[in-house]
Design a protein around this ligand. Structure first.
Ligand code: ADP
Length: 341
């Protein structure tokens, strides 16, 4: 397979479109239509269909092995799907990869920076890959550096920057050709909390000021909470689609959890709670979970009804983890003894 760098070199005849200008009105910036990919006998993406809306930060949330990297590589035109379609700004990623690359900025998880070159030199090289030259490239490099707040570091070697600053240079590289869509693979990995906050602020500015559509892959719930809209993946399938608030609101009320001494005790307690209170609990590992209005009241009733069967209790507002459990029947991070075959 070609490396990202080699593949991007094929895009040299760039058309330097500005953000959002190729997508005709009403055109979703990213569209998946029954997108499927298998690696031989292993199905990594299982018929995904959804759209990403313009000028939104869209999150692709899933645990390890859910298919995020596979989808990211297909959208980045580094891999062709087995069947179905993915389109960026209306261009099919498999059939029109060069048009897609003109529209797309990509920030991979692994660093693509040459640390022995200056920040500005890194940007110049990236611009050349996209056919930018001379004063136009100089002006563009200046603009993107200002946008990521690194104007005063342009002449510094990349190796002298902090982790957060390096990630901002990656972002500037991804933006050099004015893409309408920016794809970021696990962008917070390796960043300290302050640098994460900065990164998300930049993504919001891109969205709000430039109308760029941003797609972020993540396995972090707290990062997914920052997204305007989310697709939650599990084992290559789409299990939930919506804004974090919408998805959590679907659960409604509180999440009440009763921890027991083991999975068998949890199953038994779940059955007793279901019978007694006419609810539909889910049993996850050692715990029984119930979604319910007025969780505190319910919790007290259950503890009084089954003394000795419960080790600990909790009541909380629904989280994205709860959405995942509700949709899949298992935790986001499987315990060792719960791992699916
Ligand atoms: P994620 O990025 O969410 O961790 P991946 O897209 O890497 O998920 O993986 C999805 C599934 O495809 C997993 O079951 C993984 O083992 C499998 N997979 C990924 N890459 C390959 C490969 N090169 N060959 C075979 N199976 C793969």
């Amino acid at each position: 397979m070609a490396t990202g760098q080699q593949t991007l070199q094929q895009t040299a005849q760039s058309s330097h479109m500005s953000a959002g200008n190729s997508a005709s009105s009403g055109q979703a910036p990213i569209e998946l239509d029954r997108l499927t990919h298998d690696y031989g006998s292993r199905l990594a993406l299982d018929g995904l269909s959804f759209d990403v809306r313009p000028a939104q930060i869209f999150g692709l949330l899933g645990p390890n092995g859910s298919g995020k990297t596979t989808l990211f590589r297909i959208l980045s035109t580094l891999m062709v799907p087995t069947s179905g379609h993915a389109r960026i700004a209306g261009f099919d990623v498999a059939k029109e990869p060069n048009r897609v690359r003109q529209q797309t900025g990509i920030v991979f998880q692994a660093s693509s920076l040459d640390v022995k070159l200056t920040v500005a030199e890194n940007l110049m090289h990236q611009g050349h890959l996209y056919g930018l030259r001379g004063p136009q490239l100089q002006a563009r490099a200046k603009e993107v550096l200002a946008r990521v707040g690194l104007t005063n570091r342009a002449k510094d070697m990349v190796e002298t920057l902090s982790g957060g600053q390096k990630r901002r240079v990656e972002l500037a590289k991804g933006l050099i050709h004015s893409p309408s869509v920016l794809l970021l693979d696990e962008p917070s990995t390796g960043l300290d909390p302050g640098a994460r906050i900065d990164l998300w602020n930049y993504l919001r500015i891109l969205r709000d000021d430039q109308g760029v559509t941003v797609l972020v892959t993540t396995h972090l719930m707290e990062e997914a909470e920052h997204c305007d809209r989310l697709a939650i993946l599990s084992a290559g399938k789409l299990v939930a689609l919506g804004s974090p608030a919408e998805l959590k609101a679907e659960i409604g009320g509180d999440v009440v959890q009763f921890e027991t001494c083991g999975p068998e005790a949890a199953a038994a307690l779940g059955a007793r709670i279901a019978e007694r209170f006419a609810v539909a609990p889910s049993v996850v590992g050692n715990a029984v979970r119930v979604e319910r209005e007025h969780g505190h009241r319910f919790l007290t009733e259950v503890v009084e009804a089954f003394p000795g069967a419960i080790e600990s209790v909790s009541v909380s507002k629904p989280s994205l983890e709860d959405v995942f459990i509700q949709r899949t029947g298992h935790r986001f991070w499987l315990e060792k003894n719960e791992e699916k075959s």
